[in-house]
Design a protein around this ligand. Structure first.
Ligand code: SIN
Ligand code: MN
Length: 251
């Protein structure tokens, strides 16, 4: 699957691209079944919400289920990343499903991913791409990601480590900075039907509100990073930043 010039321009300008209904309902059903299996496991890579204990994020999934091992090599995910980054030598940095369970799913504070990749893992440059596949319809009601378009073009913002407000420690961006970026760009919610894809880069500022709805919001997320821009520190467990630098091959 190749992105058009117009899609590449949009990605460059806004920092986010939504590709509706890329995966079929049958494929999505298989991803959900695989997710149910890994979600039921009691392992450290299943990180839970502080209050409810519901799984918030399940990580390391390509090493835990053959369906996800196949999905990380799917050309619909890998080829656009190769095109944007202009290299075929991409390694699988992180593979997860962020759940946001009906009624229970809690917020993700304002942040950009490079802050964590750089500080925790020593990734030199903000090149990694986050490729999402929606496992549920993602609507305004069930806690979609919110993005500040164009925020990637303002460079790396100052961050602070939030260990308090959620069950996943995160390098976050101040409210004043978010306010300034929103005045320059615009807020968009990443919504779409199940099977849609969404791509965003390492500097794009994003967050997500709690899920107050009766509908689960499960999103598969693959982070691909150029081998030439690999981690230089191994502070975190492998499921948070995989050490295997073998370039991903498509199936
Ligand atoms: C993230 O920023 O990585 C997760 C946000 C979400 O799943 O809502
Ligand atoms: Mn993030």
């Amino acid at each position: 699957m190749r992105l058009t010039d117009q899609q590449l321009e949009q990605f460059d300008r806004d920092g986010i691209l939504v590709l509706p209904a890329v995966f079929s309902p049958t494929e999505v059903a298989a991803f959900r079944d695989a997710f149910d299996a890994v979600c039921a496991e009691d392992v450290p890579a299943n990180i839970r919400e502080k209050k409810s204990g519901a799984v918030r994020t399940a990580m390391g999934l390509h090493l835990r289920h053959p369906t996800f091992a196949g999905l990380v090599r799917d050309p619909r995910l890998v080829q656009p990343a190769r095109q944007i980054l202009a290299t075929d030598r991409l390694y699988v940095q992180q593979v997860k499903v962020n759940v946001k369970a009906a009624f229970e799913g809690e917020a993700w504070q304002w942040h950009y991913d490079f802050a964590t990749h750089h500080r925790e893992d020593g990734v030199p440059e903000p090149l990694a791409l986050n490729l999402h596949v929606f496992l549920d319809d993602v609507t305004e009601f069930n806690g979609p990601l919110h993005f500040v378009t164009g925020s990637h073009r303002h460079g790396a913002q100052p961050t602070f480590l939030d260990t308090e407000t959620t069950s996943y420690d995160l390098w976050c961006v101040d409210r004043e900075v978010v306010g300034g970026l929103v005045r320059e760009g615009r807020l968009v919610a990443g919504t779409g039907v199940a099977g849609s894809m969404l791509i965003f880069g390492d500097l794009l500022v994003h967050s997500s509100p709690p899920n107050m709805s009766p509908f689960d919001r499960r999103i598969f997320s693959l982070i691909l990073n150029p081998v030439s821009n690999a981690y230089t520190r191994d502070n975190r467990p492998d499921y948070k930043h995989h050490r295997d630098l073998t370039p991903v091959e498509t199936v």
